[in-house]
Design a protein around this ligand. Sequence first.
Ligand code: 13P
Ligand code: SF4
Length: 346
Amino acid sequence: MTTTLGTTEHVLGTTHGEEPDWTPGQWDAWRDEVHALARARDAVILAHNYQPAAIQDVAHHVGDSLALSRAAAAATESTIVFAGVHFMAETAKILSPDKTVLIPDAAAGCSLADAITAEALRAWKAEHPGALVVAYVNTTAEVKAESDICCTSSNAVEVVESLPVDIEVLFLPDQFLGAHVQRVTGRDNIRVWLGECHVHAAISPTHLRDSVAADPDAELFVHPECGCSTSALWMASTGQVPAERTHILSTGGMLDEARRTTAERVLVATEVGMLHQLRQANTRTVFEAVNPRAACPYMKMSTPSKLLRSLREGVDEVHVDPAIAARARRAVERMVAIGTPSAAGE
Ligand code: 13P
Ligand code: SF4
């Protein structure tokens, strides 16, 4: 599937990315070399829940955007290798400007972060003087520098609830997460930017309805960035799925819920890399993707050989202009301080 946002064409990837056809012995040698190089470089490896399974398994910490930002801020090592996408590595650099931050492939972008530029945000702010800007962490450093506070999907509601109720909020750039925040807070003074993540937008109401019809007793885990998140709540409110079995959750929240659930089957609406963590966290429950083609091609750009190259050669180093980083830091540090820590795996 191909969607077009702004000037960049974004396509869905393959489920596992470029997974090499190695023997068990070659995989062991790769893991040993990654860990030896990380020790020699005094590096910690952070991996997002959407990374290829092998990268998740070799990383020192695996988690959602908020847990990884906190891990980056707390890291004692002099180098952070961020196996994720560019805005995540940039956020780590903003929080830890004195550390070296590496990413296996600097071209790993994000369709959602591409949905708004700093220039467009300045124009939007000029139309709403006095409004507070809440930027999802999936934004560039320049956009964060123009924002009052950042949030992730796991603390977006708490971030907005921390702001005075009588001040208008500009929420960006994800329209589905914005609609979720409007619904939960009940505030009528939140304006939402009409951006979307092409991977989550491709998990449609039709995918959800078909999955539920085929598996009516399953629980539902739905990421709030999904195109089907509104449908999931509507189906719950009209009794098509029981409300107590429908959970709108960040990826970290899904993991916490996976550890608690006693359901036999769970339908999961998010990027398919998440299934690896869920299946490891709970081996009694069957976790199935609502759209098995929902793979983020940017997340799958971290391949085993690129991670090795990153550690061997000290590439690709992520830089953020110090003046922009200083302005963005206020917004990111406010985000890190709000919300319950969700577990980051080891
Ligand atoms: P979380 O891990 O914060 O739920 O974010 C999802 C996402 O799309 C990151 O790119
Ligand atoms: Fe960006 Fe979507 Fe990929 Fe997350 S899944 S990195 S929001 S394109």
